[in-house]
Design a binder for this molecule. Sequence first.
Ligand SMILES: [Zn+2]
Length: 318
Amino acid sequence: MKFDLAYCLGLDEKLSIYDVRDLNFDETMAFDSAKEHFQCPNDACRLAFDVANGLGTFNAKNVNYVRTPHFKNLPSTRHVAGCPYVSLKAPASTGEETDDSREEHFPSELLLSRREYLRKPSHPIVAADLQGAEPAAAPTANSVEQPGRESAPDKTSVFAHPVECFVSNFEDKALLKRMPLKIGEHTAPYASFFKKIEYLQDNKGLVYWGKIKQIKDYTQSFRIDFEKKVWFEKKPYSVNVYLNKKLIDSYRKRTAFLAQIKHAIESGRPLYCFFYGVQPALQQVPSKKNPEQTFGVFSANIENLDHLIVREAPGLEG
Ligand SMILES: [Zn+2]
């Protein structure tokens, strides 16, 4: 049985596996999922057992995953009778994942601002003193829970989550046409929110994706070239996106990101790039061979690495 959420003891929050991955790679956060305790998201069930009764994770720390990450029951995990998360299937004794690997929990919205977390204060007395000194402080100051989190658990701030929904359910076109996705002001079914790169002129503000032709490594910056071309005024143009040095250097998940890109360059495997937030536009760039001449290319500078993913996606081939 796969879990969409799990309670994280250290953060006193319910997290999706994509939140966990984001935290694992975030160099500004002290977080390692291997050392955290995850428990049943059903409060009544969780509170019925001690903290040793936990859940496991799958692909929580793998930078280059292919199969859908998730929380799962361990052979030792117990649930109260009637808990909706009681596993109907016994975990395979071989340790092999037998659950189908599709992402079943479709977020209805990608929130563009990051979710913030705060560990429980380790010195509650200090917290009480502060409260006494500033009685006017808003009682919500300590609350990091996003408004509506409980009532709308289908929102995510991690781009990888809707991307995994699209990739792992790619065969099920009817499902992707049925499930809605909202990003910013735009709402559309997954099937049309994810736009093939060659059709990027169709609409603004979408998630554009395509197979990567090559990643040019300029040591400090990168250019991702797409295989497919865009047709404009009856002529084909190459498409690419740039990732500049400043963007990468200041990225909170820099190490994981560079590992991902380097692996992508070296793996020789078919790779796909997904991005949101910018739309490549026709630009004239100088020719290398003859700088007097220019040629046209559809290009964009990526502005937020949180909204760019380079990954394998075997289901999208063919
Ligand atoms: Zn339970």
